[in-house]
Structures are given as structure tokens and as C-alpha cells.
Ligand binder design. Structure first.
Ligand code: AHG
Ligand code: MN
Ligand code: MN
Length: 333
């Protein structure tokens, strides 16, 4: 489709027409997520002016200081989705429990999980942050318990995406038929197709690890990062923004690897499986890359708890395959 004049609505409609049995439910969910993210983008881009910076004086389920924009973004995502009658439930990084659909709204057959604002520590210093989301079909009866809806591996995903609030606001998503990027034109308030059929380079020259954790890594992980540092035939550069969405997006377009492995202090690492690792793993696999926890493909892991953490190594095939070889003790450099 023509880049620059195809808005998200048209793209979704064209995709929907490819599925005769489609009801339009999925289309509406993505459009509402896009709407919420436009509202979040507006607040992010004026955060320095209005009193929405800083801490919300409470902590989230992870004991992390909630930023006002975390709370605001969470509320916007919920408000955009709770009333449309297409969801059975939601799960959010910012809510300890599953978010039920209020009784006065109709329920639907989908479940949406999200990290409403990723990279919160970067909000007050004007560095790119993002929203991450994933869509599943409900497998519960959606009346009594819905916990089982959140215990589905990434192989069951209907769609996954993120919005990056950077130098421009960009929505990137996949519904299992390739990855496409839409850039927000703030003058008309539309996401316009700007990056059609994104493909991940087979290898890159960027590695993205928080090397402050180096001394807590296992020798295998230390050897891997040293290998990338010292590889003569390809000069790697280190880039680490501290916002997963921003680090991921740069590598998706340029190639390379992002890693947040487990360490002696946090054996499962820091990142959350359901609404950070799995959505990005689905996107990267659709773009030709891969994601592992060091032992298995992220998409094969079945979540047991809403907020469980996982080590995450995600990026180009060359760098992730090399990581897996190092995890098996096969020193390659
Ligand atoms: P969130 O703001 O949603 O809690 O996510 C922050 C995550 C992720 O965005 C980033 O990659 C990671 O925290 C950075 O962690 P460190 O500061 O420990 O490197
Ligand atoms: Mn996050
Ligand atoms: Mn977050």
C-alpha cells in the first residue's frame, strides 16, 4: 500500500477484508489502542509544561515508584478498551490483579495485556518511552475465572505491537502477517503507514546490555559480551537507552541484539514475560529475528503469573544464535 497516505484505519480495513469471517472486533481494538496512545503521546510531549512529571507518590505491584505518566497512561489504555464490548479482561503492568470488564459493559472474546508506559525512569529526562501491547483470544468462559486467559504462550497471540514516543510517535504492530510501522502526523492526528513490511537485518553492529550488571552475570554471559566487544571482523558499538521499546526499535531497524539476562541478584532478570518479552518476541519473529530466555524461545514459554519476569535476549539471528551457543558453553570467539 502507498506509504505516507495510507492511514491506520485504511490499513486495518484492507487487512480485515482478507479474512471473510472477520467481524471487525479486532480492528476496533487496535484502533482504540491507537487512540489511547495518541492521548498518551500528547501528554508525553507536553509533560515538561504541565504538572504531570515526577512521582505519583505510590508504588506499583513491583514495588517500583509509579510515575504520574505511568498512572495516566494506564488509565487511558483501560478507558479506551473497557466499554467497547470486545474484551473479556485486561492485564497491565500497573495493576496487580486482572482488570475485569465492568458489569455495565458488554464483554467480548479478546484479552489485551499491556505495559502502558515502558521506560518510566526516562520520563523526567525527556528520553524516548513507549507503550507495549498484546492481544489474545479468550479461552475461558469469560464469566467466572479468566486467569487461564493470561496463561497462553506467545504462539497463541492474535497481535502484538508498541508505540514509541520518540522524535516522532510511531506505532509498530503485527497480526501475524508481517510487521508494519505507522508514524503519527500530529497535524491531522492520524497514524500514517511509514515503514511497510519491516525486516530485521540477519546481523547487526549494535549490542544493548546494561553493563553495570556485568559482575553479576554468569561467566558465559560475560564471555559473550566480551566476544562482541573484541570481535575484529565486525566492529560492534554499545547502545543502551534504558527504555526497552526504544532499544528494541533501534535494533529492529538497524540490526543487533538487546539483552537483559538474569544475574546473581535477579536470576529471572528484570523484564516481564507477558507484556514486555512476549509481544516483542512475536514482532521480532515476524520481522525475521528471534528472542530467547537463554534456554528456550520466548514464544514457547507459558506464563504462570501475570507479572512473572524472564531473561530476554532479542534481536538478529546471528547475535542471538551466538548467545545460545555461549549458553551451551561453546566458546565461539
Ligand atoms: P518500565 O518502565 O515499564 O518498568 O520498564 C523499564 C524497563 C525497560 O524499559 C528497560 O529496558 C529496563 O527497565 C531498564 O532497566 P535498567 O535501568 O535496570 O537497565
Ligand atoms: Mn516496561
Ligand atoms: Mn511500564
Amino acid at each position: 500500500m502507498e506509504v505516507g497516505v495510507t492511514n491506520l484505519g485504511r490499513y486495518l480495513l484492507e487487512e480485515q477484508r482478507k479474512h471473510p469471517q472477520a467481524t471487525g472486533d479486532f480492528t476496533l481494538i487496535i484502533e482504540q489502542i491507537a487512540f489511547a496512545c495518541k492521548v498518551i503521546s500528547r501528554e508525553v510531549n507536553k509533560a515538561g509544561i504541565v504538572n504531570i512529571l515526577g512521582k505519583a507518590k505510590n508504588v506499583n505491584v513491583h514495588g517500583e515508584e509509579q510515575q504520574k505518566l505511568d498512572v495516566y497512561s494506564n488509565r487511558k489504555m483501560i478507558q479506551a478498551l473497557d466499554h467497547i464490548g470486545k474484551l473479556c479482561a485486561m492485564g497491565s503492568e500497573e495493576d496487580e490483579e486482572i482488570i475485569r470488564i465492568p458489569d455495565h459493559y458488554p464483554k467480548g472474546k479478546y484479552v489485551v495485556v499491556f505495559d502502558p508506559l515502558d521506560g518510566s525512569s526516562n520520563i523526567d529526562v525527556n528520553i524516548s518511552i513507549g507503550t507495549i501491547f498484546a492481544v489474545y483470544r479468550s479461552i475461558s468462559s469469560c464469566k467466572e475465572g479468566v486467569e487461564e486467559d493470561f496463561k497462553q504462550s506467545g504462539r497463541n497471540l492474535v497481535a502484538a505491537g508498541y508505540v514509541l514516543y520518540g522524535s516522532s510517535t510511531m506505532l509498530v504492530y503485527t497480526a501475524g502477517n508481517g510487521v508494519n510501522g505507522f508514524t503519527l502526523d500530529p497535524n491531522i492526528g492520524e497514524f500514517l503507514l511509514s515503514h511497510e513490511n519491516i525486516k530485521m537485518p540477519e546481523s547487526g553492529k549494535i549490542y544493548s546490555f546494561n553493563e553495570a550488571n556485568y559482575n553479576r552475570w554468569t561467566p558465559e554471559i560475560q564471555n559473550y559480551v566480551n566476544c562482541l566487544r573484541n570481535m575484529t571482523e565486525r566492529q560492534y558499538t554499545g547502545r543502551y537507552i534504558g527504555s526497552l521499546v526504544a532499544d528494541f526499535h533501534r535494533n529492529l531497524l538497524k540490526g543487533g541484539v538487546f539483552g537483559y539476562p538474569g544475574d546473581s541478584k535477579n536470576p529471572k532478570g528484570k523484564l516481564r514475560l507477558l507484556y514486555e518479552a512476549i509481544p516483542l518476541a512475536f514482532i521480532i519473529e515476524q520481522a525475521g529475528g528471534q528472542a530467547t530466555d537463554g534456554e528456550q524461545n520466548i514464544l514457547d514459554i507459558v506464563p504462570e503469573e501475570l507479572h512473572q519476569r524472564t531473561p530476554l535476549i532479542i534481536g538478529s539471528n546471528y547475535e542471538v544464535d551466538l548467545y545460545k551457543q555461549y549458553m551451551k558453553g561453546e566458546v565461539k570467539c
